[in-house]
Design a protein around this ligand. Structure first.
Ligand code: HEM
Length: 162
């Protein structure tokens, strides 16, 4: 697979190293997110939930920047086609469009939920006047991020495995 631009991945598919890393990062993000929501809902550990959500956002931002650099500099379509200079199928482009819709939604909503929570909950955080807003929008942000991950895996499967 060495003819493709960029560094080959480690999952044994046609994807690049950055794509493979992102697949694992998204799995980690979904797992840590679920754990953080469990900590706040079942155990009422508000401070732990805050710290984990902020760390998650910083880690995700770093991963997305590295991933975007790889995609912008090296492209992905040759790898998806399986031949240098090839083009991706209509199914791959459709999967990418669906994934991007969830990704853009998450990129917009996620910082809003964090910044509003950081500003409007007390420090250390506990339920208060901001709870109604947070209880409505934070679950939507969490579901949006989970669907961003699921749609990224569908895109990956269609583009680099099929
Ligand atoms: C994108 C980031 C975040 C997501 C996805 C998120 C998600 C959630 C979810 C799903 C709940 C449970 C809501 C319910 O009981 O139905 C929750 C509760 C809570 N979160 Fe977050 N959260 C985020 C960031 C933060 C931050 C940064 C803080 C603190 C500054 C925070 C403080 C709280 C508090 C205090 C509660 C309890 C609210 C209550 O029960 O009244 N969250 N969060």
């Amino acid at each position: 697979m060495n003819q493709f631009p960029g560094v080959d991945g480690f999952l044994g598919t046609r994807a690049s190293w950055a794509m493979d890393t992102m697949v694992l990062v998204m799995a980690l993000v979904v797992a840590v997110l679920a754990w953080s929501v469990y900590q706040v809902r079942a155990k009422r550990k508000f401070g732990l939930h805050k710290g984990v959500q902020i760390l998650l956002a910083v880690g995700l931002l770093a991963a997305v920047v590295l991933f975007e650099l790889d995609v912008r500099f090296n492209g992905w379509e040759s790898r998806a086609a399986g031949v240098v200079g090839g083009t991706a199928s209509a199914a791959v482009w459709t999967a990418l469009a669906i994934h991007l819709a969830f990704a853009v939604f998450s990129v917009v909503l996620w910082p809003i939920v964090i910044i509003r929570a950081a500003r409007n909950f007390d420090a250390p955080p506990h339920p208060g006047a901001h709870s109604t807003w947070h209880r409505r929008w934070a679950p939507i942000a969490a579901i949006g991020m989970t669907l961003t991950a699921v749609t990224s895996w569908i895109f990956y499967g269609l583009a680099f495995v099929a």
